[in-house]
Design a protein around this ligand. Structure first.
Ligand SMILES: CC(C)(COP(=O)(O)OP(=O)(O)OC[C@H]1O[C@@H](n2cnc3c(N)ncnc32)[C@H](O)[C@@H]1OP(=O)(O)O)[C@@H](O)C(=O)NCCC(=O)NCCS
Length: 159
């Protein structure tokens, strides 16, 4: 088994196929970002993912595609010029990542995250940040085991 992580080119047929892959896989995974505190329909969550893709595409970003034995298996959307909103210090930001359900626990997300960190360092970003839903145990462990610490908390109270 080989895992390869590559950057999606910005134009041409491969880029279009990568974009379709990102959209389709991302839309299938969105419910893992919905918190039980704020229930949402799958249609709304999918629309939110489409909006996220538009926001990412409108900013400086890199799309990383992971391939397992030559087949697309996961992606990571990296914003590389999104200053921290509190300090205005530069940071890179993982807007979203996902791995095909039948390809999980094979190290694909770990490979994507390592490649994103390398890319962010190359671009001079001193920090990498991201948001993760509290109940998303798989993603939380992935990040925590790779040195990500809780910096702020998003509080929510159902009214
Ligand atoms: C989170 C996600 C990207 C992990 O992808 P993956 O390729 O299965 O992760 P990896 O195989 O690289 O695992 C790396 C580490 O993450 C943690 N991890 C991954 N899946 C886990 C699970 N189901 N339960 C507990 N820990 C898990 C482990 O620490 C694991 O290391 P280990 O296998 O050595 O114990 C994947 O589950 C996914 O696509 N989820 C849906 C989308 C999502 O939640 N995206 C994150 C948004 S913030």
């Amino acid at each position: 088994m080989t895992i390869e992580v590559r950057k999606s080119e910005r134009a041409g047929a491969p880029a279009a196929a990568d974009r379709e892959f990102v959209k389709a896989l991302g839309r299938r995974c969105v419910m893992s970002s919905v918190s039980p505190l704020r229930p949402a329909s799958e249609a709304n969550a999918r629309a939110a993912f489409d909006r996220l893709c538009e926001i990412v595409e409108g900013q400086s970003h890199v799309t990383l595609i992971a391939q397992r034995d030559g087949e697309r298996a996961g992606f990571l959307l990296l914003l590389d010029d999104l200053p921290d909103e509190v300090t205005l210090l530069p940071q890179a930001f993982v807007a979203y990542m996902a791995v095909e359900p039948d390809r999980r626990r094979e190290g694909i997300a770990a490979a994507l995250l390592a490649a994103a960190e390398d890319e962010a360092r190359r671009r001079g970003a001193p920090y990498m940040a991201l948001m993760v839903t509290d109940e998303n145990e798989a993603a939380r462990r992935l990040y925590e085991r790779r040195g990500y610490l809780t910096e702020r908390r998003l509080l929510c109270k159902p009214l």
